[in-house]
Design a protein around this ligand. Sequence first.
Ligand SMILES: Nc1ncnc2c1ncn2[C@@H]1O[C@H](COP(=O)(O)OP(=O)(O)OP(=O)(O)O)[C@@H](O)[C@H]1O
Ligand SMILES: [Mg+2]
Length: 542
Amino acid sequence: MQNINIDLLPICVVIYRYDEDGDFIFEEFNKKAQETENIQKEQLLGYKVHLKFPGIKPMGLLDVFYRVFKSSKEEVLEIGLYEDSRIYGWRRNVVSKMDKERLLVVYEDISKENELIEEFEHTLAKKTQELKKQKAAFEELFEKSSDGILILEDNHFVQCNQTIVDMLGYDSKEEILQLHPADLSPEFQPDGQRSLEKSQIMIQLAMQKGSHSFEWKNIHASGKDIWVEVTLTPISLNERDVVYVTWRDISQRKEMENKIQNYTALLEASNRELEELTETLEERVYQELEKNASQQKQLFAQSRLAQMGEMISMIAHQWRQPLGAISTTASNLKLKLELDLFDLSTKEGIEEAQQYFSEKLDNIENFVQNLTTTIDDFRNFYKPNKRSVLVNIKAPFEKALKIIEASFLADGIEIIKEYKSQKEIHLYQNEIMQVILNILKNSQDNFREQRTKKPKIYLSCQDTEDGINIQICDNGGGIHHGIIDKVFDPYFSTKHEKNGTGLGLYMSKIIIDEHHNGHLSVKNEGEGVCFKINIDNGELNE
Ligand SMILES: Nc1ncnc2c1ncn2[C@@H]1O[C@H](COP(=O)(O)OP(=O)(O)OP(=O)(O)O)[C@@H](O)[C@H]1O
Ligand SMILES: [Mg+2]
């Protein structure tokens, strides 16, 4: 030892001597040790170790000293923490017995390394903790994910989460693990492919593309179908190639899709029905219109029949005067003959008789002609004539008045006419006559009922920009305001006891509004009622 200069050694070297008190006394303390412990050799030599380094006992090194001294067996204290009021650090000590009285202690400061180790250990612990947490989190994610997760290795499931167990309605994971994907599916998928073959193709596709998604039909433990959207992703797990499989339950979506499909089919069917209906509807509307038209025709006929009855009474009035005249003339002739008022023995007498007779017979002929004309007028009025004519409104007015005038004369009805219209317009003449007669006849009925004194009817026609304007007013007291809105309704009549049909004004309204594109309206005005008719210039639809 004397040959070695311990101060040159790059490691701490201390020599202790054992004294009679049982203490270890510093005998050598090399340079490296002085630097490490930040103390001068002079401050130590001759002193007891525990007085200068009180931390040596708690560190456990002093015990090592005693043991080695006693046993003479070298001991190593791998890591010991030395700590006192002055210094602090990690030490690695090798203690050996030099000779009977002395110990050789070689040691190094491993604080730095230890700090690093500690730090490393600390970080490791932290990381381990984090990893544990992550692992727990991942495990929770794996177990509790609403998507079913499976790990497929060599075409068999080796791991799955609880969601899969629940989805399939199984009791435990063990029932599923080691199965082939096709074991959980029907033999054929809805596209007709065998599940076994299709699953292989899908896995193949996932391998090629890195990931592959598709819809798949599985079978629930109860036997019913479950639809899932499968995503296959090949991954490496613990250095093994596996396929990470997720299942998303799309049974509800599929059910909805099915429902939508059914609804669409239903909708299409009802659309077809609707189309058919629309087609037949046209036909039906046409039929209804026809029916309506024929009903209207019937009403027309009914109303005209009623009018005809009235006409007969009018004819009677018209005929009364000429028939009376014929009868008077004939009786006169007869009387003259019976009284022998002509001297037929003389030429003059014969001539006189001839002249007289011929004159009277002419008169009779005229009256008969008159009768015939009246009949012709009526016949013309009743002839079915649906051709429009271009006339001045005065024409149908006069024709109507001719039919009615005798009857009006008999009732003392005065007619005041104001024909100011100049233009000719398209009319269905008989229909317009029918309207005029309906209105005039209503006034006559009302005059009779009301016993109107000095019954009067005012007729006026004038041209407007687009057509003509007609007014027929009377002084019969008007229509009660409670029923005036109903007078154009079919069968509305206040004359049921007198066989009123209630069709006169209804037909008149149709004739004016629909057949002549015009407008017939009624209003109480002055001392009675006023009917107004507007008719446009335009041509009529034949
Ligand atoms: N000038 C009028 N004055 C008072 N009331 C009238 C007049 N014109 C029509 N009315 C009322 O309008 C009703 C309907 O007239 P409309 O001509 O349609 O039928 P009607 O005259 O009763 O029957 P029909 O014409 O078959 O004889 C009449 O019953 C009557 O009450
Ligand atoms: Mg009437």
